[in-house]
Ligand binder design. Structure first.
Ligand code: UTP
Length: 293
């Protein structure tokens, strides 16, 4: 079995749900407490053993590339001011030299198209796909849990992170049908993108973390348009599932959809309440605000 060495981060979307904040700034750089959302997701991949980080970017996204590079002037100033802990924190956040690659999607034709744009950089090996606007708050990172499940399954298969939502919300997501249990995971028997109300095969939705075989690129190369006239990754996975096994993993942890305002605000509150330096004062302030409403 080939190791999962590479991870793809599609960051070329327009972030229209966050306008005007995202007019000139990528939504992936919005901070949750004091770290950009994308940093948490890259950290999750690093903790899972990923060695190469592939970003599919677009216009207005150059700041993401800068974020994962050194800022020599800033480092010199911090050093002159003896700000050692800040320097160490910056160093720790940085992926190693030569371990990042950036390619451009050119036009935001959909998530499936963004993934296809990474085909040359990924090559013919299985890879992880992480949607950077989904944060998973978990003791053990979501991707690490998935790689463990993938290795336990022990065959060249595809693994998708899934989570439960209330039945009346399934129509907003990609939903999977569940088959036999296999170790911690289960066989996926069907996938439907945004099923009409009352027709979903389960209440388990596709969450934003995937382990995919390289044949997904062959499916994506048809450039077929799906929902919203976009090239959808779910459509390509449905086609690939006719040839290869797909498994779902109900991971441990809680997700925050930072592409939506509510998810983003909730993530900020949840992550701030975990920080020893912030939590006591923040909790008091939250209680004061809630009492005043
Ligand atoms: P979303 O649909 O959540 O992102 O795609 P969006 O299109 O930027 O957001 P809204 O709906 O307009 O607010 C999920 C992920 O896929 C990337 C996005 O950057 C996001 O991380 N994506 C989406 C691309 O890279 N290219 C695309 O064409 C579409």
């Amino acid at each position: 079995m080939k190791k999962i060495r590479k991870a793809v981060f599609p960051v070329a979307g327009l972030g229209t749900r966050f306008l005007p904040a995202t007019k000139a700034m990528p939504k992936e750089m919005l901070p949750v407490v004091d770290r950009p959302v994308i940093q948490y997701v890259v950290d999750e991949a690093r903790a899972a053993g990923v060695e190469h980080f592939i970003f599919v970017t677009g216009r207005n996204k150059a700041v993401i590339e800068d974020h994962f590079d050194r800022q020599v002037e800033l480092e010199m100033t911090l050093s002159e001011r003896n700000k050692k802990s800040e320097l160490v924190a910056l160093e720790n956040d940085l992926p190693g030299a030569g371990t990042t690659s950036f390619t451009r999607q050119q036009s935001p034709l959909g998530l499936g198209h963004a993934v296809w744009c990474a085909r040359e950089l990924v090559g013919r090996e299985p890879f992880a796909l992480l949607l950077p606007d989904v944060l998973v708050h978990a003791k053990k990172g979501c991707l690490a849990q998935m790689i463990e499940a993938y290795l336990a399954i022990g065959e060249a298969s595809n693994v998708i992170a899934v989570e439960e939502v209330p039945d009346d919300m399934t129509h907003m997501y990609g939903v999977v049908g569940t088959g036999k249990k296999r170790d911690n995971a289960f066989e996926i028997t069907s996938m439907v993108e945004k099923p009409a109300k009352g027709t979903a095969p389960s209440n388990l939705i596709i969450t934003g973390r995937y382990i995919l075989q390289p044949e997904i690129f062959d499916m994506l190369s048809a450039h077929e348009r799906g929902a919203g006239n976009e090239i959808q990754i779910t459509d390509a996975m449905i086609r690939l599932s006719q040839r290869q096994a797909f498994y779902g993993l109900k991971f441990e942890g809680r997700t925050y959809d930072c592409g939506s305002k509510l998810g983003f605000l909730s993530a900020n509150v949840a992550y701030a309440l975990e920080r020893d330096d912030l939590a006591p004062a923040f909790r008091t302030e939250l209680q004061r605000l809630l009492a005043a409403k």
